[in-house]
Design a protein around this ligand. Structure first.
Ligand code: LP5
Ligand code: MN
Length: 241
C-alpha cells in the first residue's frame, strides 16, 4: 500500500540510460504501488500529441501497459510538456491533472503541482508561461507542421538557455510568499512539487501549524522518487525505496 511520485524525468532520445531506468521503474517498482503521480516534465519536449519522436511511443506503450494493469497514473503538466493533451491521455491511460490539485494520502491532504508557478521572482519565465498557456496561441502553434513547431521550440529553448545562464540561482527557486499563499488558498499543510531540481524536505511553521514542502529531484543523475504510505514518506532514489 503505497503511492509513488516522480518529477522532471525529462525523457529524451539523447538520454538512453534515463529512458531505460524509467521503463524499468514502470515495469517493476511502480507495478506494486497503489498509484503513481508524475509531477511534470516527464518528457523533455512534447510538441503536441502527434509528436511521435523516440522515446515517446515506447513510453506511452509502457504507461498504457501499467494503467491497463489497474494502476492509476496521474500526470501534471511541466514547463517542457505542457502540450500533453487528450490524445496522450487516451493512448497512455493516464489522467491529466490541473496545475494545482489536492489529493488524499492515507488521511493527509497534500497539494501537488509541478512547482513553476511558485517561482514568482522569475518574472520573465512567468510572462513566458502566461503566453504559452494561452489556449488560442496553443491552438495556433498546434496547427503548424511538426517541423515548423520543432523549429520554433528550438529557438525558444536556445533563448531560454541564454536567459537561465544569466539568472541568479535564487530567482529560479520558489518564494516563501508563494508557497505560504498556495498552502493557505488550498487549506493544506503539505505540498509536493518538482521543477527546481533541488530535492529536499522543508519543514516550517505556517500560521502556527507545522507545514512541509517536499521537493522531488530530477532524473538526470538522481532518479528521484517519493514514496508515501500509511507510516509516512521517504524521499530518495529508486534503489532506496
Ligand atoms: O528549461 P529549463 O528548465 O532550463 O528552464 C526553465 C524555463 N524555460 C522554459 C522554456 C523551456 O525550456 C522550453 C520550452 C519549449 C516549449 C516548446 C513549445 C512551445 C509552445 C508554444 C505554445 C504557444 O520553460 C526558464 C526558467 C527556468 O526553468 C527556471 O525555472 O527560468 O524560463 C526561461 O528561461 C524563460 C525565458 O526567460 C523567456 C523565454 C523567452 C522565449 C521567447 C519566445 C516567446 C514566444 C512564445 C510564443 C510562441
Ligand atoms: Mn520544469
Amino acid at each position: 500500500m503505497r503511492t509513488l511520485f516522480v518529477s522532471d524525468v525529462h525523457l529524451n532520445s539523447a538520454r538512453a540510460g534515463i529512458v531505460k531506468a524509467f521503463l524499468e521503474f514502470l515495469d517493476q517498482k511502480a507495478r506494486h504501488a497503489d498509484a503513481l503521480f508524475i509531477l511534470g516534465d516527464l518528457f523533455d519536449e512534447w510538441l503536441g500529441d502527434d509528436d511521435d519522436k523516440a522515446p515517446h511511443p515506447e513510453v506511452c506503450d509502457a504507461l498504457a501497459a501499467l494503467t491497463a494493469s489497474g494502476l492509476p497514473v496521474s500526470v501534471v503538466h511541466g514547463n517542457h510538456d505542457f502540450l500533453l493533451g487528450k490524445r496522450f491521455a487516451a493512448r497512455s491511460g493516464c489522467t491529466l491533472l490541473g496545475d494545482h490539485t489536492v489529493i488524499d494520502l492515507y488521511g493527509t491532504p497534500a497539494l501537488i503541482m509541478h512547482g513553476d508557478t511558485l517561482c514568482t521572482r522569475d518574472v520573465k519565465y512567468q510572462t513566458f508561461r502566461k503566453v504559452t498557456r494561452n489556449v488560442l496561441l496553443q491552438k495556433l502553434f498546434l496547427s503548424m507542421s511538426l517541423a515548423k513547431r520543432a523549429e520554433r521550440a528550438a529557438s525558444i529553448r536556445s533563448q531560454s538557455k541564454q536567459d537561465v545562464a544569466l539568472k541568479p540561482d535564487d530567482i529560479m527557486d520558489v518564494t516563501a510568499e508563494a508557497v505560504d499563499a498556495m498552502l493557505r488558498r488550498h487549506g493544506v499543510r503539505h505540498l509536493i512539487h518538482g521543477h527546481t531540481h533541488r530535492p529536499a524536505i522543508h519543514d516550517f511553521v505556517l500560521d502556527g501549524e507545522r507545514a512541509t514542502r517536499i521537493v522531488l529531484g530530477d532524473w538526470y543523475e538522481q532518479d528521484s522518487v517519493l514514496v508515501w504510505d500509511q507510516a509516512g514518506y521517504r524521499l530518495g532514489r529508486i534503489a532506496d525505496v
